[in-house]
Design a protein around this ligand. Structure first.
Ligand code: AMP
Ligand code: TRP
Length: 344
């Protein structure tokens, strides 16, 4: 069966958006609007898998929506909404909790990373989170999901869940006329380019993350030009000049990361960037990178501030987006209830 091409992705409203979110996700959401129907979600139900202050959650939810809008996502032609408004996500997540196996979830490295030695004290939601993520995607039968490389394993799980559901209910799906080879698509991840994984500016072996201990490790989308320049200037690198090829940076994580950021912002390959900067030191490269980063982020931050000054308008966008989302997800859940044998 062929599925209507549809893009779905989400970002958690759980703290400041950073350059990794921007390059790995938001920036890549924009061009997909030309070729696909796109649904971009603020995944507030994911955020509460760890504690969120309610007032901050509401604010962070608007801020992610503002970032989508400021980056150039068209909320009229496409869909921007917050997850908790569309109940189909949680309903399908429960069903997927019953499809996915404990062994599959036990392999999720993100849970292990986040829980560390403290798994006993984590919420059940943090453990079950990948089933909710699969539900987010499959409630729209989305075919393509742009994300950073850290989400690859969750997308593999999404495919496993779709495949098991299709297999377990194959006869029923066929007899109801809901698909010859399954009801859910096997979603394709869209993970490519130099920005798959932006690393911390303080430690090129750790990913840039909202929970970074040092604020100097990440560039926030709302940072001022001065702040961005300072953070890049202080980024941990090494004294050697830049080489001619990206392969030669394999043992220099800090330098590698900065070249990747530059390449991503300039829409060039890392080797092309090194073609321009080979032989030069960081005294030359860092100011060039700062200039490029500021040129890209500053107008977006300005627009985000303008949008955040009118929260009622953002709320209106989210509410009308949720209505459009529900119109797609509700019939899917109606099919799923029928497939499962629930009386409705
Ligand atoms: P999160 O902040 O965990 O909700 O992530 C939202 C999106 O940003 C997901 O698509 C992530 O894969 C992406 N992302 C988060 N951190 C990074 C990073 N350091 N490099 C690239 N992409 C990232
Ligand atoms: N798990 C993703 C993250 O932490 C966020 C997310 C939730 C998501 N649901 C999604 C991403 C569906 C893509 C599609 O980054």
């Amino acid at each position: 069966m062929t599925f209507t091409p549809r893009v779905f992705s989400g970002i958690q409203p759980s703290g400041d958006l950073h350059l990794g979110n921007y390059l790995g996700a938001i920036r890549r959401f924009v061009p997909l609007q030309k070729s696909h129907d796109c649904i971009y979600c603020v995944v507030d139900l994911h955020a509460v898998t760890v504690w969120q202050d309610p007032t901050e959650l509401a604010n962070a939810t608007r801020e992610v929506a503002a970032a989508y809008l400021a980056a150039g996502i068209d909320s009229n032609a496409h869909i921007i909404f917050n997850q908790s408004r569309v109940r189909e996500h949680t309903e399908l997540a429960w069903i997927f909790n019953c499809v996915a196996r404990m062994g599959w979830l036990n392999r999720m490295t993100q849970f292990k990373d986040k829980a560390g030695k403290n798994a006993e004290a984590m919420s059940v939601g943090l453990y079950a989170y990948p089933c909710l993520m699969a539900a987010d995607i499959l409630a729209y039968r989305a075919t393509h999901v742009p994300v950073g490389d850290d989400q690859k394993q969750h997308l593999e799980l999404t495919r496993d869940i779709a495949a098991k559901f299709n297999h377990d209910f194959a006869d029923r799906i066929k007899s109801l006329g809901l698909g010859e080879d399954g009801y859910f698509p096997l979603t394709e991840p869209l993970i490519s380019g130099p920005a798959m994984r932006i690393m911390s500016l303080r430690d090129g072996t750790k990913k840039m993350s909202k929970s970074d201990a040092s604020e100097m490790g990440q560039i926030s989308m709302m940072d001022s030009a001065d702040r961005i320049a300072t953070k890049i200037k202080k980024a941990r690198t090494d004294p050697d000049p830049l080489p001619e090829t990206f392969a030669e940076l394999s043992e220099r994580p800090g330098a590698r990361n900065l070249v990747q950021i530059y390449a991503s912002l300039a829409d060039k390959s890392p080797d092309e960037v090194l073609g321009e900067f080979a032989g030069k030191g960081f005294g030359v490269f860092k100011p060039a990178l700062a200039e490029l980063t500021v040129a890209e982020l500053s107008p977006i931050a300005t627009e985000m501030r303008r949008l955040m000054a009118d929260p009622a308008e953002i709320d209106r966008v989210l509410e009308s987006g949720a209505e459009k989302a529900r119109r797609i997800a509700a019939p899917v859940l109606a099919d799923v209830r029928q497939i499962m044998g629930f009386l409705t």
